[in-house]
Ligand binder design. Structure first.
Ligand SMILES: [Zn+2]
Length: 277
């Protein structure tokens, strides 16, 4: 099957897992072109992809989306992420938008706050995740400043809760959550939220020359922060806010300027280690 060409990749995370995105939103300006596309990649068979167009009042945009953040039964997370970004690369994707649920490490955050990270700390053990190793990847401004600006504007206008236009996201391995001592360490290191999806995606986006940014719903306090979290509240947030988060993502896609004014593409250079790779 040929991989369709498009500019935008959307990775659905835990906040929209329970709905069919974008169909569940019932938007008049969205047309799903094709659903259930599975591709062979050098890293195994891909998850199911969907391609849709969104019109808005500006230029129509074509979006390739899948529903996972590297969690698939029987596939290790490194390969699951590599499959998605190999598809994005071959689709010509230039911007990757992500969403997910996170835990509050900063004690000023509350469940249902929205955060737009500007930086990350990778505490996972999956550092050696790439597609080709042709590039020196500079992780300064790793999360696209232009995309962050659009996400922040859309969320501030449309979300009936608090929106934080910066935060440091610490990435852990999962599947388990973190211990109170680990969270305390992350807090002292400057983390604001904890989750399990931004890495290795942020590296892979840089490698394929795409901008990367996301919006994240705080769904619980991390261990040892403020008060023990409740499973019912976590579940409630995942299910009740799915359409609201999906709507924000669609508005971000509508509003993203077609012309890039960020420096992301300058932060991928040819590797200096030729002969080794
Ligand atoms: Zn950028």
């Amino acid at each position: 099957m040929n991989i369709p060409q498009c500019d935008i990749g959307l990775i659905g995370g835990s906040s929209t897992l329970s709905i069919a995105l974008p169909e569940a939103l019932g938007l008049n300006d969205v047309v799903v072109e094709k659903n259930g596309m599975v591709f062979n990649t050098p890293f195994g068979e891909s998850p199911e992809f969907k391609i849709f167009t969104i019109q808005g009042d500006k230029q129509a945009k074509r979006v390739l989306t899948c529903k996972m953040h590297g969690w698939r039964r029987g596939v290790n997370r490194a390969d699951a992420s590599r499959q998605v970004f190999w598809i994005f690369k071959n689709a010509g994707v230039k911007r990757v938008l992500a969403e997910g649920g996170v835990g509050a490490v900063n004690h000023l955050l509350n469940p249902r706050d929205l955060v737009i990270p500007h930086d990350y700390l990778d505490s996972s053990l999956r550092k050696d995740v790439g597609l080709e190793d042709h590039y020196l990847l500079i992780m300064r401004d790793a999360i696209c400043p232009q995309m962050r600006r659009t996400i922040s504007e859309v969320c501030s206008e449309n979300w009936d809760g608090r929106v934080f236009d910066r935060s440091v996201y610490v990435n852990t391995d999962g599947h388990h959550f973190e211990s109170p001592s680990e969270i305390n360490l992350f807090r002292m290191a400057g983390a604001d939220v904890v989750g399990q999806s931004i890495c290795p995606e942020v590296y892979l986006a840089r490698e394929i020359g795409a901008c990367y940014a996301g919006l994240y719903l705080v769904v619980n306090y991390a261990e040892g922060i403020v008060t023990p979290w409740r499973h019912e509240k976590l579940r409630e947030l995942f299910y009740t806010e799915s359409c609201a988060i999906g709507s924000l993502l669609m508005q971000v896609i509508r509003d993203l300027p077609v012309q890039k004014d960020c420096g992301c593409s300058d932060l991928r250079r040819e590797t200096l280690l030729k002969g080794i790779y």
